[in-house]
Design a protein around this ligand. Sequence first.
Ligand SMILES: CSC[C@H]1O[C@H](OP(=O)(O)O)[C@H](O)[C@@H]1O
Ligand SMILES: Nc1ncnc2[nH]cnc12
Length: 291
Amino acid sequence: MTDTMIGVIGGSGLYQIDGLDGAEWVKVDSPWGAPSDEIFCGEVGGVKMAFLPRHGRGHVHSPSTVPYRANIDALKRLGVTDVISVSACGSFREEMAPGDFVIVDQFIDRTFAREKSFFGTGCVGHVSLAHPTCPRLSDACESAAKSAGITVHRGGTYLAMEGPQFSTLAESKMYREIWGCDVIGMTNMPEAKLAREAELCYASVAMVTDYDSWHPHHGEVDITAIIATLQGNADKGRAMVKGLPALLGTEREACPHGCDRALEFAILTAPEARDAALVAKLDAVAGRVLS
Ligand SMILES: CSC[C@H]1O[C@H](OP(=O)(O)O)[C@H](O)[C@@H]1O
Ligand SMILES: Nc1ncnc2[nH]cnc12
């Protein structure tokens, strides 16, 4: 058994959470650069919790410049075991309406201008990503959201686009009709990939703000309409987060889905061929298998 530490990455509209005992903003240094912001650390009912605003307080980072590697490394370095990503998204499904939450379980990664791996020349690693989210953690998010009275959809494919512009109508229709995606956002990739490389359980809660541009009766995606929905969604997100500690408990067993052992056989570079500087940077993310 190990101590549970819940890490919440708050997306657009969710820059702070409340209800944490003994909470303080902590600066975490990472060899992967500066994280998006300091991390708000405290406890709820004896369960450790850390909150990181993905875009920084004041929304400083664009989806392309969010320091995804530093964020995941910093959470791992703090001792986080379970990462809950909370994000704004557009919906490709009539029934996934603004204000609803979607517990995403698949991704299509269309981002192209981001660092996507902790590994590279001198330490090559290949993790499985067939099932990029943790069902155990997703169960907890679903229960917590339902208990908070939120309409939740379990399962869905999230199209991660580069942004910052929204999709064209042709793209929106292609993602929905041909690729079968359910929601669209700009940040869950490479975040989910990096969480897997860092052997962290990862669940993604996408909070619907709009119907992107495909919907014949809702017109094109409009940032003012999104902002109008964001505040209500953020309140719901905070309510969901408050329910997680009781569901996850102070201690956890090994993940039944193997998220916390993702690197067991992943590193191909022979010990004598490894780059010492890169191995040193991987101390938090991959120290379990490299040291
Ligand atoms: C609010 S408009 C688009 C912006 O919102 C989402 O951010 P996040 O995923 O961090 O909640 C989306 O991905 C875009 O970055
Ligand atoms: N329609 C949309 N496309 C991409 N990211 C979003 N975030 C919120 N709504 C979005």
